[in-house]
Each structure stands twice: as structure tokens, then as C-alpha cells.
Design a protein around this ligand. Structure first.
Ligand code: AMP
Length: 584
């Protein structure tokens, strides 16, 4: 696993490595596929497609089907239940990664091997190198990176399953490598209580204020939460700094111990200066005021994270936002070679040694919406994608995924040497998204179907509904709009708060593992249900029709992206209800 020597090699030689990779895309891709087939063609899964035993790159493309998770799930389940992993892949699985995508409400399990971990790490290091090169002086200081872990799960076979970051922060390679550049002591990152962890990480970041040159996390949503936490806790943080004592609700032994090594004396001067900044009426630019040497903010800000761009621009006071990498539990995909790009112009360059990539062409309809992907269309190789076109990415890895549809739609925006650069367009089927949760139209409609069952015996009908992700508050929440009426009449039903709250609970109960774990961890607030009066959704339709949508084809959107549309529904609101604050 990425040793100190390997990290050094990448930092010293990284730019040459990148030149080589981006210049030899086709050759490297062919080699990667050959290697995957050489190792894995004999597995139970793949051997079915090569009845003559000849597994070359060409027969791979003609014989092996393009699949989704559901197609390999039976193999994954067998491995999770104790069968040998060689039914799917040749290399040993070190553990499963949990993907935020779900299958039937359960998190997807993706095999991880030592080799796939290394590939990921080398992409992360290359991306870090490119970013540091752009900002002079950023090598010298420390990173205030807010990272959190989640409990691991164990499959019946004894193999662990966790999110990638949880795995990574527990490795020796992190402890002996990048950890020394972080202001957060490892034990504060490894604390399972997110609130204690956040408090201690912010405290150590404030104590080392003058050394911090990078502020970041994995996703922009975490930084939005961090700022909200700072708003709620800055007085207490200042008090800890002033007195030199940690708050007594910090009881996690790891956190307590780590803090005792850093919070060693009262520091009233530092507390005063932080207090003065935080007491300012406007928090515009608070990040740069608190950490004046910061060169850039580092986190993913594309895709569903773009909703946090304006917030980070406001609190960051104009410090560049750098979106470093595009990856997933399945594979690493690309890194951002132009860290200074504006958030909405960010593209990721695919590195051909990471996995074998293919691209299914995706069409756009007249309204600019991406259409269904036709898997009968010939997929295109990485070296043959065309500028300006849209594709759905398909990946083949050494770790047991063969022609696997990731579910992301990308647009080709340029090339670095011969390697294409892609802008992230959208995640297929996802309608609602907060933090790293992704709720699909199917999840949402199943949840609503269940909830409305308790209204029917009362003679209440749910006639139309919609939703949106309200991220104006931190943490954000999902909001449902329901238009209700009495059966046979257009009257508004009498709304019993208890029953309506029960509907909220049923919807939340029915959401998937990722939603529930984020809701439990405080990354998502209680779901809100807004009941609107009869006719409100007609006004919504009038609005869309006025924008050019054909009445014949109009469907109320299951999720609203336009503020104007939300305003229209809000104007018809007759009641709002919430799930209990703590539920899971
Ligand atoms: P997970 O498997 O839980 O790590 O989620 C991976 C998914 O997160 C990807 O398939 C994308 O949909 C999304 N994602 C990851 N990185 C980015 C990025 N840089 N920009 C936009 N979306 C991303």
C-alpha cells in the first residue's frame, strides 16, 4: 500500500508520470484490459462468456454483456456469505467498499483489493501534486481537512465493509504519510461521534490558525456543515482556547487524549482575536479571516455538490475552490488538471492506467435533458470519445467489475494530450440529493405510496406531489409538497398533525440505508411535508407551460430544481409538518 517511498516518487516524478499517461491512452488501455483478462478470465463469472477459453480484448467486447450492479449482486452476495472470491475475481478481496448507491435499499458492496486501493491512492496523490503546484507556498503549511468515519459493517464471511474514507484513515499508509500534514490528530478523525469529532477538529484547526494553508474535505456538503457548526459553537471553542480546558462533553478517549497534547495552556490572546472575527455581523469571508494563510478550499464541488458553490464562495471570501477528483467506490475515474478552473467549468482528465473505460453514447432531447442510454449502441473507447458529446461511463476493473455501468453521465469538454477530459453532468435516476445521499425517483415514489396508505381510510386523497432538497439551511432536508383533497370533493381535509407527522416518518423509514445513516449522524435534517391547497399544482403546470413545455407532455416534476417553482408551491401552502428531530 502506498508507502512513504511511493508517495515521494509520485511527488517527485508525478508530472512526468502524467505526461506519459495522457500521451499513451490507447496503448495503456489495451494493456490494462489484457491484464484484467489474463488474471480473471478463468473466474466463474467471466469464463461463461469465453466457451473456447480464448479471452482476448476483442472477444471481451463482443461476448461480455454490459451490466448493472444487480447482475453481479448474486456473486457479491455469495462472497459476502462465505464463498471464495475467486468466483468473481482473481485477486484477494481485502474488504468491501460501501457505495452510497443502493440496491433494494441495501448499500452496494464493491470488492476492494490491495491493488485497487493503490490505484486510487496514486490518483489522489497525483491530483494533490497538481493542485499544490498551482499554489506557491501551499507545500509549507498544514491542511485543515474535516474528515469523519462511519462504523464498519461485517459480512457473514467476516469480510468488512466500510466507506472508502473509513478504510483509508485506518491504514498505516495514512498514519505514516499524509496525516502529518493535517491539523486534525488521527484520533479526532477516527472518533465515531461526529459532533465530538467536529468540535475537536475545529478546535485544533483554530489553535494552529497561522499554519493552515488548505481548508477542505471530501465533499462541499461537509464544509457547509462545518460552517454551520462553527456558527453554533464558536463561543464554546473560544472558551476552550481561553481557559486551556476542553469542554466536559468531549468524552471520547481518543479525542480527549489528542486534545490534551494540543490544548496545553490558556491562550486568551488567540481566543480574543477569534472572538472578534466571529462577532462581526457579517460572516462573509470568515474562512480567510480565521485562517489568513489559506490558499485554496479543497473539496468536490461538481454534480450534486454544486449547490454549495455560492455558500463556499461567500464564506471563503473569494479563495479559489478546487474540485480535485472524480471517483467512486467502483473505481477512480479522473483528476482535475486545472485546479484554477471556475467551479462550473471543472473537468476531470481520465487516467488510462486506472481501469478499462468504455462510453455509451447518450442523446439529449429538445429541452436539453439526457435521454435513456441505449446499451445496443456500440460503446466507444476512451481514446475515441468525441468533443462535446455525452456518454455514460462503463468500467472494467481488476477488482471484479466487468463492463459495469456506473450510472454517471459525462460530457467531453477537451483533451490533455490524448486523454479526454469530462465534465460531470448527472447521476442517472437520482432526483434528490443532500450530502452524499442520493434518492432515486423510484425510492421516493415507493416511500410516498406507503405513507399515503394511512390517509386513504380517512377519505383523504393525495392528488399530486413533488419535492425538493432544501439546502438553504445546514444540514439540509428533503421537503415534500402534497396536494390533498377529500375523496369525491375538492375540499381541503382537516389536517391532523399526528397523522401528517406519521406520514413523514413512514417516508423516512422507507428511504435507504445511506439516507438513514446520514439522518442519524446529523448530516440531513428531519424531513418536512408541506401540504398545499387544491389547484396549487395547476399553477405549477401553468408556470412550466409558460416556459414552453407542451401541455400534452407535461408531468409534474418529481423533484423541483427551480426556485420559482418552489415559490409557487409555497404560495399554496396550508400546513407544514416534520418528522421527529431524532428518529433512527
Ligand atoms: P460512491 O460510490 O458512494 O463513492 O459515489 C460515487 C458517485 O459520487 C459517483 O458515481 C458520482 O455520481 C458521484 N461523484 C463522485 N465524485 C464526483 C465529482 N467529482 N463530481 C460529481 N459527482 C461525483
Amino acid at each position: 500500500m502506498a508507502s512513504e517511498k511511493e508517495i515521494k516518487e509520485i511527488y517527485e516524478n508525478g508530472m512526468n508520470i502524467l505526461e506519459d499517461l495522457t500521451n499513451n491512452v490507447q496503448e495503456i488501455q489495451e494493456q490494462v484490459l489484457e491484464e484484467i483478462l489474463k488474471s480473471n478470465a478463468g473466474t466463474e463469472y467471466l469464463s461463461r462468456f469465453f466457451p473456447n477459453g480464448e479471452a482476448d480484448n476483442q472477444s471481451f467486447k463482443t461476448n461480455v454483456p454490459i451490466i448493472t450492479y444487480e447482475d453481479i449482486k448474486p456473486y457479491i452476495d455469495r462472497i459476502a456469505n462465505g464463498e471464495t472470491s475467486s468466483i468473481l475475481l482473481a485477486y484477494r478481496i481485502i474488504q468491501f467498499l460501501l457505495s452510497t448507491g443502493t440496491s433494494g435499499g441495501q448499500p452496494k458492496l464493491i470488492p476492494m483489493t490491495a491493488e485497487s486501493f493503490e490505484k486510487r491512492m496514486s490518483d489522489l496523490l497525483l491530483s494533490d501534486l497538481v493542485t499544490r503546484k498551482c499554489f506557491s507556498g501551499s507545500d509549507e503549511g498544514k491542511s485543515l481537512y474535516l474528515y469523519f468515519i462511519k462504523p464498519e459493517m461485517e459480512t457473514p464471511s467476516g469480510l468488512k465493509a466500510s466507506f472508502f474514507t473509513t478504510f483509508y484513515f485506518k491504514t498505516e499508509s495514512f498514519k505514516n504519510g499524509l496525516a502529518k500534514f493535517f491539523t486534525s490528530p488521527i484520533d479526532t478523525i477516527l472518533c465515531l461521534d461526529n459532533k465530538q469529532s467536529m468540535f475537536c477538529q475545529l478546535l485544533t484547526g483554530l489553535l494552529q490558525r497561522d499554519e493552515v494553508v488548505r481548508f477542505g474535505s471530501t465533499f462541499a456538503s461537509v464544509l457547509a456543515r462545518t460552517i454551520k457548526f462553527l456558527e453554533d459553537y464558536w463561543r464554546e471553542l473560544c472558551c476552550n482556547i481561553r481557559t486551556g480546558y476542553i469542554s466536559d462533553w468531549i468524552i471520547d478517549p481518543g479525542c480527549k487524549n489528542a486534545m490534551s497534547l494540543i490544548l496545553t495552556r490558556p491562550n486568551p490572546e488567540l481566543a480574543d482575536s477569534i472572538q472578534q472575527i466571529c462577532e462581526d455581523k457579517s460572516w462573509e469571508g470568515i474562512i480567510v479571516k480565521l485562517w489568513p494563510k489559506i490558499k485554496y478550499i479543497h473539496c468536490i464541488i461538481t454534480g450534486s455538490m454544486s449547490q454549495y458553490v455560492s455558500l463556499l464562495e461567500f464564506y471563503g471570501g473569494g479563495i479559489p475552490l478546487v474540485s480535485p477528483i472524480y471517483n467512486s467506490s467502483e473505481s477512480s475515474f479522473g483528476i482535475n488538471l486545472k485546479p484554477l478552473s471556475k467551479p462550473f467549468d471543472v473537468s476531470y482528465t481520465f487516467l488510462p492506467n486506472t481501469a478499462y473505460f468504455e462510453f455509451l453514447p447518450v442523446g439529449k432531447d429538445g429541452e436539453g435533458k439526457t435521454q435513456e442510454t441505449w446499451t445496443d449502441d456500440e460503446p466507444v473507447d476512451l481514446a475515441n470519445v468525441k468533443l462535446g458529446r455525452y456518454y455514460e461511463v462503463v468500467v472494467t476493473t481488476l477488482a471484479g467489475l466487468y463492463r459495469y455501468r456506473v450510472g454517471d453521465v459525462l460530457k467531453v469538454t477537451g483533451f490533455r494530450n490524448k486523454s479526454p477530459q469530462f465534465q460531470f453532468v448527472e447521476r442517472r435516476n437520482v432526483v434528490l440529493s443532500i450530502d452524499v445521499d442520493k434518492t432515486t425517483e423510484e425510492d421516493l415514489s415507493k416511500a410516498i405510496m406507503k405513507a399515503k396508505l394511512i390517509l386513504e381510510p380517512l377519505g383523504i386523497m393525495l392528488t399530486t406531489c413533488s419535492s425538493y432538497a432544501d439546502t438553504s439551511l445546514t444540514p439540509g432536508r428533503y421537503v415534500l409538497f402534497w396536494e390533498l383533497k377529500m375523496k369525491g370533493r375538492n375540499d381541503l381535509p382537516k389536517l391532523d398533525a399526528k397523522i401528517m407527522e406519521q406520514c413523514c416518518c413512514i417516508v423516512e423509514e422507507s428511504f435507504d440505508f445511506t439516507y438513514k445513516s446520514h439522518r442519524k449522524g446529523g448530516a440531513i435534517s428531519a424531513l418536512e411535508l408541506r401540504v398545499v391547497k387544491h389547484g396549487t399544482f395547476d399553477e405549477l403546470m401553468d408556470f412550466y407551460v409558460s416556459k414552453g413545455v407542451s401541455v400534452a407532455q407535461y408531468k409534474p416534476p418529481s423533484c423541483l430544481k427551480s426556485e420559482e417553482a418552489v415559490k409557487i408551491l409555497n404560495s399554496g401552502m396550508v400546513g407544514k409538518f416534520f418528522s421527529p428531530k431524532t428518529m433512527f
